[in-house]
Design a protein around this ligand. Sequence first.
Ligand SMILES: *[C@@H]1O[C@H](CO)[C@@H](O)[C@H](O)[C@H]1NC(C)=O
Ligand SMILES: *[C@@H]1O[C@H](CO)[C@@H](O)[C@H](O)[C@H]1NC(C)=O
Length: 232
Amino acid sequence: KGLRSTTIALLLLTVLQKSECRVQFSKASIYDEFDFKGENRVAIPECSNVARCAIFVSISKEAKYKEIYDKIQMSPAVARTWNYTLNQFAALRNAATKEIDPYFIVDGADNPSSETWIYNDNVDKVAAPLVLYAVDLSKDDFTPSVFDAADVLPGVSRGEIVTVISADPFTMIVDVDTSTVATVYMTGFDNAVVKGVSPDQCRSVLQNTVGENLSIQINGPIASIVFSDTQG
Ligand SMILES: *[C@@H]1O[C@H](CO)[C@@H](O)[C@H](O)[C@H]1NC(C)=O
Ligand SMILES: *[C@@H]1O[C@H](CO)[C@@H](O)[C@H](O)[C@H]1NC(C)=O
């Protein structure tokens, strides 16, 4: 009897550890509304003093939050000579694929200074459901494929990493052809590594066996799927 309960506890622990990872990673951070509540402004270190970074935003589609998102905005660190709101970030879309167009910050170009800040200009510093995924891409030259869960298009092809972000919990159904393995991570693409080392040792939460489709309830802001030929 004692042995059995120990086994169950260990199994539970394993599952919990597997699905958890830090929200601040070595090359990225995932911010939510609680990072902005009560704050005058939030520093984005992944996008400060780096050669190249990308920001991806998902917000709730509920109209009641629109004004709150309008007052959470990127702005220069000193003089507020321009503002770029969460509504503007969240509207960035590739018209054909519906992928989020990354907002790239390249040091010395779009970057107002070497530091990137997002201000909360709301009365009482309130916030609303949001996901802000910031990734330092200084050492990567690829353009990542990131979707808002609200408008994922079917037909992503294998060999790619697809990341999905959402301000609300979401269900992913991954249809795969008979020779593709799909591996799901509860992280951004920066840690979705099947072969080789995930920078923060994040482990996958689910992988299909060849010929199986996947359906997974994501109770978090972000998930990445790696499509490959082989089981990891
Ligand atoms: C940017 O937003 C701040 C806070 O609402 C405001 O004081 C400032 O005038 C805005 N800047 C511009 C150029 O609109
Ligand atoms: C996976 O999903 C696709 C598309 O919905 C479907 O055609 C296929 O039969 C499914 N495969 C399995 C093994 O259920």
